[in-house]
Design a protein around this ligand. Structure first.
Ligand code: FAD
Length: 290
């Protein structure tokens, strides 16, 4: 099932993100976690893609199996910047053959190795190049990433939104946001992209921070702004794993309820292969989700 229907319906829904094992030895534990999350029957599950290592090998398997065995629609991520045209063409053909209908078209991060290489030798420069290729193949509902707090490589928000519009005009049908911890950043961003003529549905991405170590990693990864309310929570409960988990889930739930209250229909949870976190958030919203 494509996500098109869901995103244009009135359903109030949650989706969860999972990532495939980075090493073979983690395969069984990751598979179990993904199955547990699938049993919660979210609106859809996205499966991330890590160029290079084991992750890329398993993305397709995990997405196809989840769809087939649990009937949960999946969104398979695909990055391009570190790949050749041949590899990407093969991945697209494999997705088609496996019945994948929803693809998150991403550029991927620039590794130090890539940064030091000759850009002329790259087969892909931006996610939009991959969007064109997926459109050419046809039959996919294509998603793209967006950044309420600006992509770190962009000089300013205007430039970032201009490139985002090019990506949408090339065929992206919905956008999922980078994590953020202050909903006002999202509302501001939505206002600006709508003004710039970007009309596709935007799925806010919420990361429940359930341990203190995650905070540092999350900021490093996303450059997200941490509101004082959130910092106080980490200061107070960070040393106590159970308390931090409860407080982090409550904070994420609060963000999600505010998003729904302000007209957002589908929220994506960066559930990080943690069924317990996904379940608790879903339970907290049991009378709200439709
Ligand atoms: P792009 O849309 O190409 O944008 C990258 C930068 O280039 C931006 O600054 C943009 O403004 C600029 N730009 C775009 N077009 C042009 C142009 N024509 N000229 C000049 N500048 C331009 N990474 C993974 O490796 N695997 C994953 O599964 C994964 N999933 C993700 C899911 C979400 C929801 C998000 C938000 C990110 C995800 N990432 C993932 C990380 C992502 O790959 C990085 O953030 C990456 O740096 C940018 O990817 P993009 O698709 O947004 O790139």
């Amino acid at each position: 099932m494509t996500l098109r229907e869901l995103l244009h319906s009135d359903t109030t829904a949650l989706s969860f993100e999972v990532f495939p094992p980075k090493v073979d030895s983690a395969f069984e534990s990751v598979k179990t976690a993904i199955e547990e999350i699938a049993r919660l029957r979210p609106a859809f599950m996205s499966v991330t893609y890590g160029a290079g290592g084991g992750t890329s090998r398993y993305t397709l398997d995990m997405a196809a199996t989840t769809q087939r065995q649990y009937g949960v629609p999946t969104l398979a991520h695909l990055t391009c910047v570190s790949s050749t045209r041949e590899t990407v063409a093969q991945r697209i053909a494999d997705m088609k053959a496996a019945g994948i209908e929803n693809v998150m078209a991403l550029r991927g991060d620039l590794t130090p190795e890539l940064r030091n290489s000759d850009r002329e030798s790259w087969h892909y420069r931006y996610a939009v190049d991959l969007v064109h290729e997926l459109r050419q193949t046809g039959g996919f509902c294509i998603g793209g990433a967006c950044y309420p707090e600006i992509h770190p490589e962009s000089a300013d928000q205007k430039e970032d939104i201009r490139h985002l519009k090019e990506k949408v005009d090339a065929g992206v049908e919905f956008l999922t946001t980078q994590m953020f911890f202050d909903n006002n950043l999202l509302y501001n961003f939505l206002y600006k992209i709508r003004e710039a003529g970007i009309a596709v549905p935007v799925i806010p991405g919420i990361m429940p921070i359930t341990n203190a170590k995650q905070v540092e990693r999350a900021i490093q990864l996303s450059g997200s702004f941490m509101p004082q309310r959130f910092k106080s929570l980490v200061d107070r409960f960070g040393h106590d794993p159970a308390a931090m988990m409860q407080a982090g889930i409550a904070y994420a739930t609060d963000q999600i309820i505010d998003l729904y209250a302000n007209g957002i229909k589908v929220v994506h949870v960066y559930s990080m292969n943690k069924p317990e976190v996904a379940r608790k958030i879903q339970d907290n919203l049991s009378c709200i989700l439709t």
